[in-house]
Design a binder for this molecule. Structure first.
Ligand code: ADP
Ligand code: ZN
Ligand code: ZN
Length: 814
């Protein structure tokens, strides 16, 4: 018998810390269980809450009861995930209700909104014309139609202060009612028809009805929608047949299919000796308990094959498998291979799905129908039970870092989730992160290696071009130097493909006034605009602001703007001019705005309908293009100058990854690496694709400066539209940090409080930005300090006018 808790612990979907206790009314007994969503009264509103389990906390008898249960049969997440959510809330110092609502697929929670309408007194005041102009206007509009505040502003065509409405409410002129907006994404059902008696006979029935019966006899139950393809008026006929009890109709839940073409099943290849050893060791942890493995293997060494074997092992032991892939762009390839191996047992979760598709996939997983899940970073929350293995492919990738409401790192959370589920974690990469390699050295992770490429291709040969010697060059030659041009020509001559990598999109990224030397900047951000020639606009890459490409200098009004700084769009132009015969395509955020566009480029590349592909770091990852034999790196230095301690690591990784794209097939590969700093150790190491030589130098520098992995960092990001208030908030918080530090607790003495300082990018999308960095040898004391900070200044987190976001283990510190 299921337990019937009388009072339950509920996390509410609101920015409030802690959880609440609610009473289960008799009418809902047996329906309320951990992992289900409920509707609860909260203040004067009703909001969504998540049941965390029975609540034994001593509480007053005046507990408020739950209003309703939202989920009928299947909880939206399994109860076993609750400790995971609690861990996240604690570690990232984030309200647990928001952790859960961020984890769930979007658009499923009902939300409440306030509707304003005039009271009798208000109507009278309107008639008697005794009100001030502003109040009068509001009442007049609300008398026409009661509505929400946002709609009122829209109808009035101006910003009506919310405080005015509250004032009028207190005066009894208007009243506020709460309405519930039901969830926008719901299960979709479809009507299916089947014969009640399979020996039914169609004689005596009309021709269309007979056709329907014949079809049902041959194919069994069929969606009515499909029958319409055979008989256009099938719906009416089926209804008739149902009345005669020849046919029965059932509403069945349908899964909107996110997949494209059908995939032909494959048979697993025989593993190489190296692969076998790796699979054997990692598979052991699936059954014997938590362990984290760092699987280091060059591109093409058979990592994906290893992942599939370990996943299969987990399924054999009635466990599930979760595969995280850094970006949607890469999911298509892994998805195809996993589906060829595991068929319909695979579910996918990523932002490329529509809200409805994502919800369907989510519920399939929650019901235990797809034990293998592939997805981007947010799939770390997939409602799987008992994950036996969590695989994080390309574990070094920075896109595992999420910077939404909740800031988290999906790779780190994968390790925690596996630990709580007593499973294995496999972090795979050709260029592992400094953090993970350090964890191997510290004995926290175990290392597994794949040293040879399956098809025994040699690693590509890399030649370096010193851009300093080409400084005087004009036009296209500045970025396609003669040695690179020669290699491109030779490669095209052999009928092979070329990949050109430039980590910057647009046409020109640095438009400068030729008259006064001022750069053209975004109106809302502290960065220069980028010229996008095809779209004929200057665009801000931070906030999306754009203006016409014919714009004049803001400072002196001159129309003469010099276009400095090359982006992929200019590169594409230059390549097309230099090689008019070649078919050139470009792959960056501007050309890939839909999932279909990406798949099309990948397909054209595979079918060799593209000779030269120009792209940003999007091309650096994972894809396997056997006929690409030349990779040109246009300017290796772009990311080195970032004001970030990981700049060297990110540069090494992207260079090594791009270089790894060359020579994946039978023909040997070549890389031409152009750089202004050929002697920088990150570039030298990338040139010989030697991770350890990079790591050994990098780790010394991290140690000397006490950067991670030798210290833990947390950043407070403070932002607001008002320059003075933002600065004030930052200074207040900074002072409070110092106060706490000097409060006598020795743990706080080892924390370094750096700042507050203005962020390197001082303004984004109209918001001024400040930051405080907390650095300490371990994370616990910083967390303690932040919790004190939060309780001593609760209105600052997240804050109204000025926001404060806590970013634990920050990545992008601009
Ligand atoms: P990685 O993920 O390390 O880049 P893959 O798993 O994609 O490597 O393997 C590279 C290629 O070798 C793929 O085409 C894959 O199908 C093939 N492959 C992997 N393992 C084997 C094996 N044991 N026998 C034959 N082919 C294999
Ligand atoms: Zn901007
Ligand atoms: Zn000017």
């Amino acid at each position: 018998m299921p337990t019937r808790p009388k009072q339950v612990e509920v996390a509410v979907a609101m920015p409030v810390f802690g959880t609440y206790t609610y009473q289960v009314p008799p009418a809902l007994e047996g329906l309320v269980e951990a992992g289900k969503r409920v509707l609860v009264p909260f203040g004067s509103r009703r909001i969504t809450g998540y049941v965390l389990g029975e609540d034994s906390r001593d509480t007053a008898d005046t507990l408020r009861p739950i209003d309703d249960v939202i989920d009928d049969d299947t909880p939206v997440f399994p109860a076993e995930m609750i400790p995971f959510f609690r861990w996240i809330a604690d570690y990232y110092i984030h309200p647990i209700g928001e952790v859960i609502s961020d984890a769930l697929p979007g658009g499923i929670n009902p939300s409440e909104y306030a509707v304003f309408s005039p009271t009798a007194r208000g109507r009278r005041a309107l008639e008697e014309n005794t009100l001030a102009a502003a109040e009068h206007k509001v009442l007049a509009r609300l008398t026409e139609k009661a509505c929400r505040w946002a709609a009122l502003c829209k109808n009035a065509g101006e910003d009506i202060p919310r405080s005015l409405l509250e004032k009028m409410r207190r005066q009894g002129l208007i009243e506020k009612q709460h309405k519930l907006q039901r969830q926008t994404v719901r299960t979709k059902t479809e009507r299916w028809a089947a014969l009640t008696d399979t020996s039914a006979d169609e004689s005596g029935l009309s021709e269309p009805k007979a056709r329907i019966i014949k079809h049902l006899r041959a194919h069994g139950q069929t969606p009515v929608a499909a029958l319409k393809k055979i008989v256009p008026t099938a719906a009416a006929h089926v209804r008739d047949l149902a009345k005669k009890e020849i046919v029965c109709i059932v509403e069945q839940e349908v899964y909107r299919d996110p997949f494209g073409d059908p995939v032909t099943p494959d048979t697993p290849p025989r593993l190489t000796g190296e692969q076998q050893r790796v699979v054997r060791e990692a598979a052991e942890a699936v059954t014997s308990g938590f362990c984290t493995y760092l699987l280091a293997g060059v591109t093409g060494s058979g990592k994906t094959e290893v992942y599939m074997h370990i996943a299969a092992h987990a399924l054999e032991h009635n466990r599930t498998a979760l595969v995280l892939v850094p970006e949607i762009a890469l999911i298509s390839e892994i998805e195809r291979r996993f589906r060829a191996r595991f068929g319909a047992r695979v579910a996918v979760l990523h932002s490329g799905l529509s809200a409805g598709e994502r919800f369907d996939q989510w519920m399939r997983i929650a019901r235990g129908e797809s034990p293998v899940v592939i997805g981007a970073r947010s799939a770390v929350f997939a409602p799987l039970t008992q994950p036996g293995v969590i695989i994080v492919d390309e574990e070094h990738d920075t896109s595992y870092k999420q910077e939404g409401r909740l800031h988290y790192n999906a790779r780190d959370m994968a390790v925690v989730r596996a630990k709580l589920a007593d499973g294995a974690v496999v972090l795979g990469s050709a260029t592992p992160s400094v953090q993970s390699v350090y964890n191997v050295a510290a004995g926290k992770f175990r290392e597994l290696n794949l040293t040879r490429r399956i098809h025994r291709q040699a690693m590509p040969e890399v030649s370096v071009v010193d851009l300093r010697q080409h400084r005087g060059a004009k036009g296209a030659r500045r970025f396609i130097t003669p040695p690179l041009k020669e290699e491109i020509r030779a490669t095209l001559g052999r009928g092979e493909q070329v990949l050109l990598f430039l980590n910057r999109r647009g046409f020109a990224s640095y438009p400068v006034c030729a008259q006064c030397g001022e750069a053209l900047k975004c109106r809302h951000c502290d960065i220069t605009l980028t010229l996008h020639k095809k779209a004929n606009i200057y665009k801000c890459h931070m906030c999306g602001y754009f203006r016409a490409a014919v714009s004049k200098c803001d400072t002196c009004g001159s129309a003469s703007i010099k276009q400095l700084g090359t982006g992929t769009e200019k590169l594409e132009d230059a390549v097309a001019t230099l090689f008019p015969e070649a078919r050139v395509a470009r792959m960056d955020k501007d050309t890939i705005n839909r999932r279909g566009a990406l798949l099309k480029i990948l397909k054209n590349l595979r079918e060799q309908k593209i000779d030269i592909l120009v792209g940003t770091q999007m091309v650096a990852k994972g894809h396997d293009f056997p006929n690409i034999t030349l990779v040109g790196i246009i300017c290796a230095d772009l990311s080195l100058s970032f004001p970030d301690f990981r700049a060297g690591e990110m540069t090494f990784q992207v260079l090594a990854q791009v270089a790894g794209r060359a020579g994946r097939g039978t023909a040997p590969g070549k890389v031409v690496l152009q750089t202004y700093s050929p002697n920088h150790f990150a570039i030298k190491a990338a040139r010989i694709q030697d991770f350890m030589s990079f790591y050994n130098q990098e780790i010394k520098f991290r140690k000397a400066l006490q950067y991670p992995p030798f210290a833990r960092m947390t950043q407070l990001k403070i932002s607001g539209r008002d320059k003075t208030k933002t600065r004030q908030q930052a200074e207040d918080l900074g002072r409070l940090c110092l106060q706490i530090q000097n409060s006598g607790d020795p743990n706080f003495k080892q924390i370094q409080v750096l700042g507050p300082i203005e962020s390197p990018v001082t303004r984004i999308a109209g918001r001024y930005r400040w930051q405080i960095l907390l650095k300490a040898p371990e994370a616990g004391s910083v967390r303690k300090m932040l919790n004190l900070l939060r309780t001593q200044n609760p209105s600052a987190f997240p804050g109204r006018e000025v926001h404060t976001v806590i970013d634990v283990d920050p990545f992008f510190m601009m």
